[in-house]
Every structure is written in C-alpha cells, then in structure tokens.
Design a protein around this ligand. Structure first.
Ligand code: PMP
Length: 425
C-alpha cells in the first residue's frame, strides 16, 4: 500500500484488523490492570496515548547508560547522548515523509511549537490590517496564540466555518483567504469532530495568495502517514505523547529558508554562535530554536515510539482505526439517545468520537464509564469556540488507537446502556 492510500480505502472492505491488536495490546503494560474492579479500557487516546514497553525501556536505558548533556561534551557519554538525540531528529525527518534534519525543531509539545511560530514568524511578519485565517474547529493551541497576535498587531482574525456535518465549509474560501491573508493556520484532524481536513487544498489556496500555511498535526501524525512536503505546509506541528512517546516532546517542522529568516524564540545557551556584551549572532538550524538543555531523555525515547509505529506501518494504523471507527459509529448509532458529532464517513474522519446522551450530562457519562473501568474524556476539549458553534457545553469523547479493538467498543456501548438504567432515564 502506498503512503496515504489508507485514507481512500473504504473501511468495510477490510476485516479483520490489518495487524494483531492482541499482540499490540500485550506490549502496553499499563493496559493490563483493573480500574474500579473492571479490566481497563483506555479510550482517551486523543488526549494522550499509552507507551509500549520499548519506549519505557528506552527511557530507562538512556538514564542507565547514556545520560549526559548533549552537543558540547567531549566525552563518551555526551557523544552517546548526542547521537541518540540527533538520531531521533533524523527519524522524525523520515517519519514525516522526508524533510531535512535541520527542519525538525524539538519543542515541549504542539502548543509550544505553535507559540514559537506566533512569537517569531508572527512577530516579524504580521502587521496592522493583515489577516490571519483559522477554522472554527481549532484546538486552543492553534487559536489563542493567533487571537493574541491579532490583538497585539491590530490584525484581523478570520475563520473558515464548519458545515452541520462537521466538515470545513470551503464554499467561500476565496472570500476568506484573500490577498490580505498572511497566515492560514488549520488543524489536520479535529480533536473533537475527528474530521480530516483537506489541508493540501487549503495550503495551496494560502500559497496562491502569498500566505504562509501552518498545519496543526497533533491529531493526524499519530494516526496516518504524513508527507509534509506533499501537503506543502510551511509549518507542521505534533506532540510525541499522542503517538506512543513520552510527554514533554513536540515537533515543529519548518521550511529551512523560513526558519533561517525567523528570529530565535528563547535566548540562552546553544542557540548562539558568538556572544559579546553588545552583540550576539545565532547558531545554525536547528540549534537556533533549541536554547538551553532540551528534554534529552524523552526525545531519545520518542525514537522507540516512532520505531513501533514504523513497524506496524502508518497505513495499517490508519486502516485499523478506520475499521474500528466504522464499527464504533455503527454501534453507537444503534443507541437512540446518543448523538455523535462530526462526519459519519469513516474514510473522512479519525477515531476521536465525540458524543452526547440526550438525558445524561457528559461529565456524568465519563464518571459512570470510569466506574466501569472505561477511560473517556468529557468537557470542551480545549475547543470552546467550536462547542459554541455546535451548541454544546460539553461532549464525551471516546478516542481510539492501535491497541483498541471491537471488544473495547462493545464494553463502551454496553456501559452506556447500563448507564441509562442506572440514571433511570
Ligand atoms: N492541537 C490539537 C488538535 C490537539 O488535539 C492538541 C492536544 N489535545 C493540541 C493541539 C495541543 O497539544 P499539546 O497539549 O501536546 O501541546
């Protein structure tokens, strides 16, 4: 299967799972436990995924055998740590379809990656009257930095609306993305609706008017094959903890020529070439954007997460999730009191399934499910403007990953039926 083909396949054409979910499950020690006397079913993957044994071991191994500060050290451990850290950078560069190593900047997460772009590229390139385009389905991480930048620069924030089916409404795109647009910032996959957005098309439209395009890939990179060059994005961001890796590591992919022109984000050690009391010059990429001691151990362990995903194959990851999402949507739709948000078609969405029950508050849904050992999230999912558009204060969200299977979905559905009996509705 070619990279990206997973998106076009119809989920119902494929069963059973394209890999052994049972074997995958066995690689995640945390899943082998009871919560509230029930076998744990973990369905909060859009917030953070669990870690396979190989990632946990990589973290331990690093601290046991290689721990040292990187880059400037002239001893064996420093060399070992540097190689491991830089090895992850090369791995990330390949994982996103092949970019230059120096185009990969490590941050603490997607949030920091987007803040970095707003504070550096945005600070220099956005002026009064310029327009920044976002969408109605953005996570606060890809929203608040642009709201604040627009305010401080007297720029205009415009948004692409959503349709009632949870897709972006691109019918008026030419009126939204115009010659005044300097930046288009859009999520690749919605953390609430699950929608996979046509980012290639949106990026092309941004470029046609001379605007820069940033894609928030926090929910896409963990779940499908990504090719940043093919998408055309100038900036692409994601977080390791949502793709089997440790917390505290994020990635900003940027075009080399743009990163070179941007001012640095944080000032301090490692990001400089020469420092005098009255003058400082910046280090080469990527170091210019990685001031101070980075999160070495977690970056090193992230490599094992990427290897785990490589070994399954991202097209198989996508196929499995598409089939399981299809199954989950069909099962949930059989419950008359449940309303699901976002696109119905599994080939146009990921496995983050937001839903409400006609009679039970989302927080009560999550609490009841937890009492049955089932972990889901409830709330506004860091997308308050979207919630307003949907006319909801909150939703419950079950989000799937590689270690989930049909039995997990069955447990969810059975518990939702039991919940209504429990609440007497
Ligand atoms: N964007 C999207 C679409 C997300 O789902 C999230 C995490 N929920 C973020 C950005 C922020 O990621 P992080 O908290 O890892 O910085």
């Amino acid at each position: 299967m070619k990279s990206g083909d997973g998106e076009k396949l119809k989920s119902t054409d494929y069963r059973p799972a394209p890999f052994s979910v049972e074997q995958v499950k066995a690689d995640f020690p945390i899943l082998d436990q009871k919560v509230n006397r029930h076998q744990l079913v973990y369905l909060d993957n859009a917030a953070s995924t669990q870690k396979p044994r190989s990632v946990i071991n990589a973290l331990l191994e690093y601290y046991r055998h290689s721990n040292s500060n990187i880059h400037r050290g002239m001893h064996t451990l420093a060399e070992r740590a540097t190689q491991a850290y830089e090895g992850t950078r090369s791995h990330v560069a390949q994982f996103v379809g092949g970019v230059l190593d120096e185009e990969v900047i490590f941050t603490s997460g997607t949030t920091e990656a987007i803040n970095l772009v707003a504070a550096t590229w945005g600070e220099v390139n956005i002026s009064e009257g310029d327009e920044i385009v976002i969408t109605e389905m953005e996570h606060h991480a890809n929203l608040v930095p642009w709201v604040m930048l627009a305010k401080s620069k007297s720029a205009v924030l415009k948004r692409i609306p959503i349709t009632i089916c949870g897709h972006l409404d691109l019918s008026n795109i030419d009126e939204i993305i115009t010659k005044k647009t300097k930046l288009v910032a859009v999520s690749h996959m919605s953390n609430v609706l699950g929608t996979i957005n046509p980012v290639k098309e949106i990026v092309a439209r941004a470029h046609a008017v001379g605007a820069v395009a940033l894609v928030d890939g926090a929910q896409a990179a963990p779940h499908m094959a990504i090719n940043v060059r093919d998408l055309g994005a100038d900036f692409y961001t994601f977080s390791a903890h949502k793709m089997l890796g440790p917390t505290g590591v994020g990635v900003l992919i940027g075009r080399k020529e743009m990163l070179e022109e941007m001012p640095p984000y944080k000032m301090g050690g490692e990001m400089i070439r020469e420092v005098r009391f009255d003058r400082v010059t910046w280090n080469d990429l990527p170091h210019k954007f990685e001031a101070g001691t980075p999160n070495i151990a977690d970056v090193v362990a992230f490599d094992a997460a990427l290897t785990y995903l490589d070994e399954i194959g991202m097209d198989k990851v996508r196929l499995h999730e598409m089939q399981l999402t299809d199954y989950a949507m069909k099962k949930l739709t059989e419950l008359p009191s449940i309303e699901i948000q976002g696109p119905q078609e599994p080939d146009q969405r990921g496995g983050a399934i937001s839903f409400t029950d006609r009679d039970v508050h989302p927080h009560d849904i999550a609490t009841f499910l937890d009492s049955k050992g089932i972990a889901v999230r409830a709330g506004h999912h860091c997308a308050q403007p979207l919630m307003r558009v949907l006319g909801k204060v909150a939703t419950a969200r079950a989000s799937l990953y590689i270690y989930n299977d049909e039995s997990d979905v069955d447990r969810l559905v059975e518990a939702l039926v039991e919940m209504r009996r429990y609440f007497g509705v």
